[in-house]
Design a protein around this ligand. Structure first.
Ligand code: FDP
Length: 298
């Protein structure tokens, strides 16, 4: 059995190791809080969405624990209008609780972290590491520091660091099995409709749970594509470049896949605002290139 701290010691710079370990241990606190914090508040986040109490709580826990390492220059979050500042070097962008509409139904939730080397907002080309947590039947942490994508699972009662290696060097299977695209189907742009019809004709299975982290995680394991596309009434999609799209694109890239906004690599997008959104298609490289060329040709 390999523990997360020992694994990181040999493979990642000390600052990134510490930040990943901090995200992992804080996710245990978030997980423990979930049963007690399902009541909705009246607040809205900077993107105008209703904020559930647990979003605020998770945001506070992750922001304060990451800043307390002394390694962070700023923490920007989907749940805060302005970043919080520290005196370190790493710039963190996070979605502390992804999929909050799944809280009430006890479906999967997640957290996403992008660790950047430049001041935010900046492009995903400045990512030095990214990670996501799944609060599903298992609490897992999947990350890359630019050398492979690795998943650890939280095991209660384990001495020392309770995250144990579950999969080393994950790669997105070439043979695609599943797909899932967000938004109302009637609002999808035409090339996306055409693409999805062709996926169905090829026998790919629709698997959509409504949490980016969970929906992406099955693409990572089973091959396929996840998207939150450009919609007729929302041409810039829904997912935030800094907090969600770019960190997951970085993981996708290091698992041998590809992430596009329909015309270019998501990692090359330079957002002009912290909460800027972009359409997103990511997963098995061949499929993502396919939808990209349909969109380009439309
Ligand atoms: P949520 O609004 O529940 O936080 O981050 C936004 C997100 O969830 C993603 O996790 C998810 O993929 C998407 O929105 C779901 O949107 P739809 O409800 O429009 O499908």
């Amino acid at each position: 059995m390999t523990n997360l701290d020992i694994f990181l010691r040999d493979r990642a710079p000390a600052d990134l190791s510490r930040l990943i370990l901090t995200a992992a241990s804080t996710s245990m606190q978030v997980r423990r809080a979930l049963p007690f914090t399902t009541k909705l508040t009246r607040g809205v986040n900077p993107s105008g969405e209703r904020q559930a109490e647990i979003d605020v709580y998770a945001n506070e826990l992750f922001a304060s624990s990451l800043l307390a390492t002394g390694l962070v220059s700023e923490v920007a979050s989907e749940e805060m209008a302005e970043p919080r500042r520290g005196r370190g070097k790493v710039h963190v962008a996070m979605d502390p609780l992804d999929g909050s509409s799944n809280i009430a139904t006890n479906n999967p939730l997640g957290s996403i972290f992008g660790f950047y080397s430049s001041a935010l907002p900046c492009s995903g080309d400045n990512l030095v590491a990214s990670a996501f947590v799944t609060y599903g039947p298992m609490l897992t942490l999947t990350f890359t520091t630019g050398e492979g994508v690795h998943t650890f699972v939280n095991v209660e009662g384990q001495e020392g660091n309770p995250f144990i290696l579950m999969e080393e060097s994950a790669s997105i299977p070439e043979k695609a099995e599943v797909f899932g695209l967000g938004g109302d189907r009637r609002d999808w742009i035409e090339p996306v409709e055409t693409f999805v019809a062709s996926l169905e004709a090829r026998g790919l299975k629709l698997r959509y749970g409504g949490t980016f982290v969970g929906d992406f995680n099955q693409v990572l394991r089973r091959g396929g594509i996840f998207g939150y596309p450009a919609l007729k009434n929302k041409p810039r999609g829904k997912l935030r470049v800094l907090y969600e799209a770019a960190p997951m694109a970085f993981i996708t890239k290091h698992a041998g896949g590809y992430a596009s906004d329909g015309s270019r690599d998501v990692l090359s997008i330079v957002p002009s605002a912290l909460a800027e959104t972009a359409p997103l298609y990511l997963g098995t490289a061949g499929l993502v290139k396919e939808v990209e060329s349909l969109i380009r040709g439309a």
